[in-house]
Design a protein around this ligand. Sequence first.
Ligand code: NAP
Ligand code: MG
Length: 503
Amino acid sequence: MTNDQITGRAALFKRYALRAETRDFLAEAKSLWLDGRWQHAEGGRTFAVEDPASGVTIANVAEASAADVGLAVAAARRAFESGPWPKLRPRDRERLLTTLAELVEADMETLAELETLDNGKPLSEARDDIAGAVDYLRYLAGWATKLDGGVKTIGVPGSFAYTRLEPVGVVGAIVPWNFPFSMALWKIAPCLATGCTVVLKPAEQTPLTALRLAELIEAAGYPAGVVNIVTGVGPVAGAALVSNPDVDKIAFTGSTRVGREIGAEATRRLARVTLELGGKSPVLVFDDADVDAAIAGACNAIFYNQGQVCTAGSRLYVHKSRYREVVDAVASYADSLELNHGFADGVGMGPLVSAAQRATVERYIDIAEAEGAVRLTRARKLPEAGHFVAPTVFADVKPGMRCVEEEIFGPVLVCASFDTDEEAIELANATRYGLAASVWTRSLSRAHSVSAAVRAGTVWVNNHWVVDPAMPFGGVGQSGVGRELGREQLDAYLETKSVTMLL
Ligand code: NAP
Ligand code: MG
């Protein structure tokens, strides 16, 4: 960093009143966490990380080359095949996961500040992310000692048959920038519970909390090479991870476009693969709903994390008897949200993660207007620096419009009304995606029948947010392949071996 950059950064950190721990962490350029050591990238290459609320450079981090990724995979392979990791008892893996949970919990404030600084989200939301990650680590710690195969009854007399669950091997994990810390742990923790080893590539926009996590993994005492964290860019470091024949399984969260390419490459070389991709999730408000709860839920569903949520409730369908009331209330909430940097008191929404993401979302707003969608929210003055977009609500949209069909991944909501339950279900299912949906009703039978009829990996009734470590999470259709969370996530990290003995 130049002297001017360092001065600008110091002024920014003062304005945000960052804690000393956070400032200390950012004081030095960040290396790769590779084979249990901090190592420079090949040729000393680095890239700049910016604060999306100001555009100020906040850190320089190592930019891994394909060769660096190869070293990380080789370290993960060694750790999987030999050394202390394969010999660790399940209860020791449990203990290490519990230790990591405690270290993350103790570091919550620093991690939350780094997440807000890197991603732009309000600090309270960043705290929620870290707290959720602690719960998740504790949940997985419990699984480490409960990975049982089973005795089988087979049709061969004088035999004994059973199954063993064995770790799949080296995992290549690639995550996006919207929930950087949670997404990193959703990939790393199941490896630690099942006995796999892992190389993680964070998103280039948000590498900081993954690097802080590496420090905590170092402090927890994991053997070298079990977790490797390589920062870098997708087409270089990410692609090198996906194509490496020593990577047994790819775990990817990101866009459907990149997921499709990764899935094709993994299938070509017969690697295991799970894909958590995009969505265009519907919020269905029926005439018998608790309307105030539905309005609050619909607002949270689209404006949380600036709308950069794979399960964002980005299509709002309301029964015609309550339509006007609901969409007007959501629009007026949007207009009331205070746009500011994530550390400000009373901030309602932060900036989008990058100039590129802002440009994408602005383009979709133009498209919606050109398509004839009716804008309910006001134009407003945006903060001068940073990648801010005004929360935007469009009414009276029609099936087939691009703003209805395509994932925008920002604070833009499209709304329409329906008459019958059948019509609501038809609208909900008129999408290539299938990640989530929410159903707002007081009728028990309607709650069950609509939940069954909607094509999605998750259906929420009278909420649009409960993500619990015990509940499987993932999509159908273009929203992905496989499940994270719950017992179900472990299937992707384990192979079943059948042992059949003649006595
Ligand atoms: P993205 O462009 O697909 O990037 C995701 C990750 O893939 C990043 O780490 C990226 O690296 C990497 N990558 C890019 N090109 C690659 C390549 N050719 N080979 C290997 N890796 C590559 O997605 P994004 O824009 O960051 O994230 C937004 C998308 O993620 C949205 O569509 C959203 O719905 C989806 N998402 C889904 C879930 C879910 O659980 N279903 C959760 C969160 C987000 P760089 O960024 O470093 O270049
Ligand atoms: Mg950033």
